[in-house]
Design a protein around this ligand. Structure first.
Ligand SMILES: Cc1cc2nc3c(=O)[nH]c(=O)nc-3n(C[C@H](O)[C@H](O)[C@H](O)COP(=O)(O)OP(=O)(O)OC[C@H]3O[C@@H](n4cnc5c(N)ncnc54)[C@H](O)[C@@H]3O)c2cc1C
Length: 398
């Protein structure tokens, strides 16, 4: 593959050394290329300024419904009903451009909409999913609490039945879109049965307050919130009937864990592509940096890891297609890919020299953003412990 070293650093090189893309169907190519064009021409150019200002790119976000991607694999209700590979490619491309945008999308199209689709009543699906697919209604997913992250199974937010309503009290932390959503899926413990239930909380209800967490150094262009729930009244009709225990929250998270592996692949691809293009163009000691053996070795090691990440992603898509994607397999893919992406982005940053720390060169931002992907939806360590339990039969964390 010949690389045009004069093209902008942001443009995709189409890195696919093992030709995994040969397996794409025409429909998969169409969606992939439509999202890729949007990312190259709209998402990536807007990303540095939004990241620097810690503002969400609303103009860019508003273009997502026209791509026909919001709602991922949900069928009906105005959603695209994409196959798992297409969903993965969308997540990868959005993250290749902007991790913050990909995170907004993962909360809306993944966590919030999937909670409604998997656990909601028919009436709830009809009421909320079409509006969410159009982005007329923004959703959030409130599981993590100030004192319960990895052990969110021990969540302390309470739900007390009062006539036809429930009354919610507690605190949530790190809730993506929690300050801007119209509805937040809140996970709370029934004070009587101790079971964990899920509620589609109307955020305009008195007692709900979402405050943006300030001064983040990662995913700056998407807002997470501290959420206070002080006596928030939720009608029984807004309880998710399929959410009967913590396992149901886990079922939603299991579907989106693979998405994190694809997002890590997108971020790492951005770093590799930028480094290769830069090293072909940049001259030191009278020749392109790419002519140095050490530089080539570093690029090839990056490519080897990137190719491995692609193979992980292709296989989790295939297993999901076969309805056979175990949470531990998705967890291993997330663990592997975020770890490799961190390394690739660190290499890319160094290979761009001083220019590597400039936001306009699109590496440092991904390097900061991968830290969040590494942590959210189950940290690298927690995924490791879950896989460790499966292969040894011993739980090291309960
Ligand atoms: C940008 C961002 C967006 C997020 N979006 C959402 C959202 O939309 N909704 C939501 O509900 N949550 C969200 N989260 C929360 C996220 O899921 C948690 O941050 C994550 O689960 C880790 O929890 P914690 O931060 O409390 O870390 P902790 O659980 O306190 O972990 C701290 C460290 O201890 C390690 N550790 C934990 N337990 C063990 C153990 N048993 N053995 C060894 N090591 C251990 C962890 O791996 C980690 O390294 C978001 C977080 C971030 C950063």
């Amino acid at each position: 593959m010949t690389v045009d070293s004069q093209a902008p650093l942001t443009e995709a090189l189409g890195t696919d050394f093992f030709s995994v893309r040969r397996r794409f169907t025409e429909a998969q190519w169409d969606t992939f290329m439509a999202v890729r064009r949007y990312v190259d021409h709209v998402v990536t150019p807007a990303a540095p300024e939004a990241w620097d200002a810690a503002e969400m790119s609303w103009d860019v976000i508003r273009g997502l419904p026209d791509l026909g991607i919001v709602g991922d694999d949900i069928s009906g209700y105005g959603c695209p009903g994409h196959d798992p590979l297409t969903c993965g490619l969308v997540a990868m491309e959005l993250a290749r451009g902007d991790g913050s945008l990909a995170t907004f999308f993962a909360v809306q199209s993944g966590l919030a909409m999937k909670a409604v689709d998997m656990l909601g009543s028919e009436e709830q699906k009809q009421e909320f999913l079409p509006a969410m697919a159009r982005l007329d209604l923004v959703g959030a997913f409130g599981l993590t609490e100030p004192d319960h992250g990895s052990d969110s199974v021990a969540l302390e937010t309470t739900a007390r039945r009062d006539g036809d309503d429930w009354v919610l009290d507690g605190r949530k932390r790190w809730i993506g879109n929690g300050s801007i959503a119209g509805r937040t899926v809140v996970w709370a413990r029934d004070v009587e049965t101790r079971a964990v239930l899920g509620f589609l909380v109307d955020t305009s209800t008195p007692g709900y307050e979402g405050t943006i967490i300030p001064r983040k150094a990662s995913m700056r262009a998407v807002w997470q919130a501290d959420v206070r729930l002080d006596g928030v009244r939720v009608p029984e009709r807004d309880r998710l009937p399929g959410a009967e225990s913590f396992k149901d929250a886990g079922r939603v998270l299991a579907t989106t864990r693979g998405t994190c592996a694809w997002m890590a692949l997108g971020a790492a691809t951005a770093g590799y592509d930028a480094a290769l293009r830069y090293l072909l163009d940049r001259h030191q000691f009278g020749r392109p940096l790419a002519r140095n053996q050490i530089v080539q070795e570093r690029l090839v090691k990056m490519l080897a890891e990137l190719t491995g990440m692609q193979l992980y992603c292709m296989q989790i898509a295939q297993l999901a297609e076969d309805s056979d994607l175990a949470p531990t397999i998705a967890g291993l893919a997330k663990m592997n890919n975020t770890r490799k992406a961190r390394w690739i982005l660190g290499e890319a940053r160094d290979l761009l020299g001083g220019n590597g720390i400039l936001l306009d060169n699109h590496v440092m931002r991904h390097m900061a953003d991968i830290e969040s992907i590494h942590t959210f939806e189950g940290t690298e360590t927690v995924q490791t412990l879950i896989v460790g339990r499966e292969i040894t039969g011993y739980s090291a964390f309960t």
